[in-house]
Design a binder for this molecule. Structure first.
Ligand SMILES: [Zn+2]
Length: 297
């Protein structure tokens, strides 16, 4: 795992009636691009969703898990992101080689996703069943869809911005976003103030490209309010896959299947869908697995 490849700031304002998060995730999204070999439009879709995962994850309690899934009829098919809420996020898209002509000078993320559904799932160790919300995509640009999710599913008015700037050579030049939540009891004037601040701001990647960090972004979004910083945390692209889990998954295939692999390929190649890590399991290790499945297959 790499060192911190991004940073997330949590803050509150106006006597705790406003909760705000901002993140610069350029390194996180660049790592995802390198691992999955995404083309620019796919990079933007995955990067926005990874950033959304980190921002929403920062609103969760310890030990909660979150997944954000977008499924559409566009060429990208599917975006999947999961986070454990401790600044670690991972994700993938079904078709990493998706790239569309730009629309109004911007990467056409909505066109890549198409019409479809947003599914947000929260797992909480104290609840047996995960909390699952499924809704129609309202724009496919992801930020608007997250705002819609928060309003309809969690009755939480919010302002969300997500952005990924892809360089001419395909690498990630800037990525990040912010999420401002208005809690119960906030004054109407406060909502108006934040709306005016947000409307006056340039695109979030413009801020990041000129060198603004999460502190500067939140200061601009919450201009006119006293901001209280809660935490300033590193964020990384990090997967939960391990060699042991891969071996466990192979074991589930059963003895016949494993012996078949030994005969035909002499080894097993397993690729983690989330992080694209390749695990090579050799003949000896496979043979060992067959002894573990003895009598069961
Ligand atoms: Zn993995």
């Amino acid at each position: 795992m790499s060192a911190a490849s991004g940073v997330l700031l949590r803050a509150s304002a106006a006597g705790e009636t406003v909760r705000a998060m901002a993140a610069v995730t350029t390194g996180v999204v660049e790592e995802a691009r390198q691992r999955h070999g995404t083309y620019p439009t796919a990079t933007a879709a995955l990067g926005r969703t990874l950033t959304a995962g980190l921002l929403l994850g920062a609103t969760m309690k310890d030990e909660e898990g979150l997944s954000i899934e977008l499924v559409g009829d566009g060429p990208l098919r599917r975006v999947m992101v999961t986070t454990t809420g401790d600044g670690r996020v991972r994700g993938y898209v079904s078709r990493p080689d998706t790239h569309l002509p730009s629309k109004n000078g911007k990467l056409d993320v909505a066109g890549a996703i198409g019409d479809g559904l947003l599914c947000v799932m929260r797992t909480q160790p104290w609840n047996k069943e995960p909390y699952r919300s499924v809704m129609k995509l309202v724009s496919g640009e992801i930020a608007e869809d997250i705002t819609h999710y928060l309003l309809t599913s969690e009755q939480m008015p919010s302002a969300t911005a997500l952005g990924v700037f892809v360089n001419a050579d395909g690498t990630v030049g800037a990525a990040g976003g912010y999420l401002v939540q208005i809690l119960n009891g906030a004054a109407d004037e406060l909502v108006g103030l934040i709306e005016r601040n947000v409307a006056a701001l340039p695109h979030v990647t413009t801020l990041i490209r000129r060198g603004d960090g999460p502190h500067e972004i939140l200061a601009a979004v919450l201009a006119g309010l006293e901001v209280r910083v809660i935490a300033d945390e590193p964020v990384v692209f990090a997967c939960t896959c391990t060699r042991e889990r891969v071996m466990g998954a192979l074991l589930l295939l059963g003895r016949d299947e494993i012996e078949d692999m030994i005969r035909k390929e002499g080894q097993a190649e397993v690729r983690c869908e989330f992080c694209a890590e390749q695990y090579l399991v050799g003949r000896d290790e496979l043979a060992m697995l067959t002894t573990e499945t003895e009598g069961s297959a």
